[in-house]
Write a protein that binds this ligand. Structure first.
Ligand code: FES
Length: 147
């Protein structure tokens, strides 16, 4: 209906002229559950490698896969430089273990993601949403070491 108020993903009426900003602020409203949180490096070198706004592009794919809400929700956030620029296209994946218990893909670092095609990103999101270990796939992980 044309005159129906626009409602955002969290069930709040949207302020006029905005995509999702609630019309009425409830400072105590809980944040939306997420299962997986992906931090996409937006530091100078990674951003240059991505050649554009990667976070928005990934959010669009996630929406298309219906993974933007519900128990398997994947949240994407831009991060600053991790000091791992040599790997370019660095992303860091965290799982919400506080709500979901042990999950195999918690604290995973991936490199060269600026080379991923859309289908590669879709493969990653499918793996994450089904809790299939990323380490069992063809994704290039970044090793951690104590120096
Ligand atoms: S710019 Fe991405 S790790 Fe430094």
């Amino acid at each position: 209906m044309e005159n129906s108020p626009k409602i955002n993903l969290m069930g709040s009426e949207v302020a006029k002229g905005y995509a999702c900003k609630p019309k009425k602020l409830d400072p105590n409203k809980p944040i939306m559950h997420y299962k997986t949180h992906i931090f996409v490096c937006n530091g100078d070198r990674c951003a240059k490698a991505f050649k554009g706004d990667k976070a928005t592009e990934l959010r669009d794919i996630i929406k298309d896969m219906e993974l933007h809400r519900g128990k398997t929700r994947i949240k994407v956030t831009r991060s600053g430089c991790y000091g791992a620029c040599r790997f370019r296209g660095v992303i860091n994946i965290y799982e919400n273990t506080a709500s979901n218990g042990f999950l195999p893909n918690n604290n995973i670092w991936l490199k060269h993601t600026h080379q991923y095609s859309e289908s590669k990103w879709r493969e990653l999101f499918e793996i994450l949403s089904t809790n299939t270990p990323v380490s069992d796939s063809s994704f290039d992980m970044i090793e951690e070491k104590v120096y």
